[in-house]
Ligand binder design. Structure first.
Ligand code: URA
Length: 255
């Protein structure tokens, strides 16, 4: 028996940034148990309860702290894990919001209810590949110093970088607070004023590639991340795609 109609809430921001109140059918759909249309049917059938009361209002907006049950089972909206790969343009900041009003990488991913965040960071002047997800466990593991996987960059540096300097970069250079661990370096080409070089590093210290190149006397003028481990992509600048299941398994398998 339907007991009570719950009041429809106006769409307002959730307290945590990036979260909104969400329509009940979308909330149920986001939990992965059925489509939004089926969620509406379940409400009509009296099978949806909010905070223990049968819901009669299809337009109900779920609020933080609401407990939603479908057919007697408590559901959670964030069981769905999302994994996006974006190609960050220069000028975008790698944060969820920016007090200075600059564009953020979150503008590159679809507008979903899940609370997404970037994994690690790229400098505002760096372009290239970045993972955005709501999987906190994976993000923590990937950014933890003990399992820093290789990240590959293509840098344009000033002047001609020699093989000898490339070897120094490979062996490790002393930066202020640490010595970099072994890297792989490949000289791509040079002209009179600059060298294009590919470098794979296994740490993620602040401005690491720029500082390594400065340490051997060749400041970076352009920097692009071209691969995260074995994940690379021909995404257009500003583009976004979902990681495929093989890529997700690969990331989860990184020790
Ligand atoms: N190294 C840098 O110097 N900058 C980045 O954004 C990433 C790696």
């Amino acid at each position: 028996m339907k007991v009570k109609s719950l009041k429809v809430q106006k769409e307002t921001r959730w307290r945590r940034p990036g979260r909104y109140q969400v329509r009940i059918n979308k909330y149920i759909g986001a939990s992965g148990i059925c489509s939004r249309r089926r969620a509406d049917q379940l409400i009509d059938e009296g099978k949806v309860k909010v905070n223990g009361q049968v819901l009669m209002e299809k337009g109900y907006d779920v609020r933080p702290g609401d407990e939603v049950q479908v057919d007697g089972t408590l559901i959670r909206p964030e069981t769905r894990k999302l994994y996006y790969l974006v190609n960050k343009p220069v000028g975008y900041v790698t944060t969820v919001s920016d007090p200075q009003g600059r564009p953020t990488v979150m503008e590159l991913v679809p507008d979903v209810e899940e609370r997404l965040f970037p994994v690690g960071r790229l400098d505002v002047n760096t372009s290239g590949l970045l993972i955005i997800t709501n999987d906190g466990d994976l993000a923590n593991r990937l950014t933890h110093p003990s399992h820093e996987m290789g990240k590959t960059y293509v840098a344009r540096v000033t002047g001609m970088l020699t093989m000898k300097e490339a070897k120094i970069l490979e062996r490790g250079v002393r930066l202020e607070e640490f010595t970099t661990s072994p890297a792989q370096v490949r000289l791509i080409r040079h002209d009179r004023n600059s060298t294009l070089v590919e470098i794979t590093i296994h740490e993620g210290k602040n401005r690491q590639v720029r500082r390594m190149m400065e340490a051997v006397g060749h400041p970076v003028t352009d920097l692009e991340r071209t691969a995260i481990g074995t994940i690379n992509s021909r995404l257009p600048v500003g583009g976004c795609r979902k990681l495929n299941p093989g890529e997700i398994d690969y990331l989860k398998g990184i020790k």
